[in-house]
Design a protein around this ligand. Structure first.
Ligand code: DUC
Ligand code: ZN
Ligand code: ZN
Ligand code: ZN
Length: 465
């Protein structure tokens, strides 16, 4: 029968092939993959590539960031930027403030997204305390409610958990089949190096990187994977920045632990030298883990080429540069310690991987789709998302594979006042985005459709293929 929408003649990247075909959409879902389909609306897509809408399973939006500090994006602006960059599902973190119970914190956080989000969304919990109420009641209740993943930190005062606490959280995850995400950096070692740097006058933004060397990440990855082995749970190591950390993951996998690994555009394209730019410019590149060097970039690329990374996320964590509520926080110029950690990247994630990875000849379109959408859906329980297949949500992004662009802040939709990739040359750009069959972006701008993003009730992670 007829379709609501037909996307005609694109090269379509499905779960297992790349082939020219039509995509027929009915009631927001992909109804037919075939030829000569008819529909009420037909979009001519000859010469374009159709990929599953991106899923960015690691973004920070409106997250409490300390007194006087404010993130540059709310759900409206972050999701507008996501959609313009070809991403149709975003997964930010709920961080309960102070003693707020998890449920109340989650409800308040979800209220911020309600009615204003342009992308579909799921929310991970950050678990930063492990009292009996939290572990025994609140966390299990939220898991049953479809929030089936949470993040623990091994660094940051006020967030970092002890090894015992991490094991206790992992035990809850094992009982309930949840995914644990770990931010792996050794807080004590960083604190030691930071104190020493400040004592010896090394306070410029660059020293954010020198005080968080590869070793602090490598050790923490080893410890996190060991704790997961002891607790008997799968885990995801987020934002892996270097080859030594990836070696630890490889060894843990060889021992039989199910470890999933994520990396981000910053670890493929930026280096610590960016933190050493003149004046205070280096603050624009302060994120954790920090960007490394060319050799570690190559190690991360090798991991992508070999299929050792499942996930490619942005870790979008936007702060304005020229702003005392952002990178120019009180005391930030006196010590890197006071610079808010994080960089914006929700809109540039897919173009960077497409250009450097696919056009650059390092990865296939199928791997691109898995790294940017399919694996996120599988590991975070988004059962209707992540693939172009009959029955799936019609979340589709059309790419012009030959388009040449230069990344410019002026063209982006996020709330930050800069991009770390200013001037970066790209080949291949998303020209249209469909969310559940509705055109939400065309030629780089929102179409004006009312924000229709929905909260996704998530299933358990699928950790065995
Ligand atoms: N580091 C984090 O741990 N989270 C957000 C951004 C960052 O740089
Ligand atoms: Zn055809
Ligand atoms: Zn992190
Ligand atoms: Zn993060």
């Amino acid at each position: 029968g007829a379709h609501d929408l037909v996307i005609r003649g694109a090269r379509v990247v499905t779960g297992d092939t790349v082939a020219e075909m039509d995509i027929g959409v009915r009631a927001g879902r992909i109804a037919t993959l075939g030829h000569d389909l008819s529909g009420a609306q037909v979009v001519a897509a000859g010469g374009l590539i159709a990929l599953p809408g991106g899923i960015d399973s690691h973004v920070h939006i409106s997250q409490p960031s300390g007194p006087g500090i404010e993130m540059a994006d709310d759900f409206a602006s972050a999701s507008a930027a996501a959609i313009c960059g070809g991403t149709t599902t975003i997964m930010p973190f709920c961080l309960p403030e102070g003693d707020t119970p998890l449920r109340a914190a989650m409800d308040a956080y979800l209220a911020r997204a309600d009615g204003v989000c342009h992308a579909d969304y799921g929310v991970h919990l950050i678990v930063h305390r492990t009292d009996a109420q939290t572990l025994g009641q609140d966390l299990p209740a939220l898991l049953e409610d479809g929030h089936t993943s949470f993040k623990v930190f091994m660094t940051y005062a006020g967030l970092a958990l002890s090894d015992r606490q991490i094991l206790d959280v992992m035990a809850v995850a094992r009982r309930h089949g949840a995914m644990v995400m770990v931010h792996a950096e050794n807080e004590d070692a960083i604190e030691f190096l930071r104190d020493e740097a400040e004592r010896t006058g090394r306070t410029a933004p660059l020293h954010h990187a020198t005080t968080r060397p590869v070793a602090v990440e490598r050790e923490a990855v080893h410890r996190a994977t060991t704790l997961a082995e002891i607790a008997g749970v799968p885990l995801t190591i987020v934002h892996v920045s270097n080859g030594a950390a990836l070696d630890e993951i490889r060894r843990a996998r060889a021992r039989g632990t199910r470890v999933f690994a994520e990396t981000c555009p910053q670890y493929l394209t930026l280096t610590a030298d960016d933190l050493d730019r003149s004046g205070f410019e280096g603050a624009k590149y302060v994120c954790s883990p920090p960007p490394r060097d060319a050799a570690e970039q190559a190690a991360c690329w090798a991991g992508i080429e070999r299929g050792e990374f499942e996930l490619f996320s942005s870790d979008h964590c936007p702060f304005r540069f020229a702003d005392a509520a952002g990178k120019d926080a009180p005391g930030a110029r006196a010590s890197f310690r006071n610079i808010p950690n994080g960089i914006p990247g929700i809109e540039t994630r897919l173009p960077i991987l497409f250009s450097e990875g696919v056009v650059g000849g390092r990865i296939s379109l199928e791997r691109f789709a898995a790294l940017t959408a399919g694996n996120h859906a599988r590991l975070y329980g988004l059962t209707s998302k992540g693939v172009i297949a009959v029955g799936a949500d019609a979340d589709i992004v059309l790419w012009d594979p030959g388009a040449r662009r230069t990344i410019r802040q002026a063209d982006l939709h996020h709330g930050a006042d800069y991009t770390p990739w200013e001037g970066f040359e790209i080949t291949g750009w998303p020209v249209a985005t469909f969310l559940r069959g509705v055109a939400v972006m065309r030629d780089g701008a929102l179409t004006g459709a009312a924000p229709s993003g929905r909260l996704l009730h998530r299933a358990r992670p699928r950790t065995v293929p």
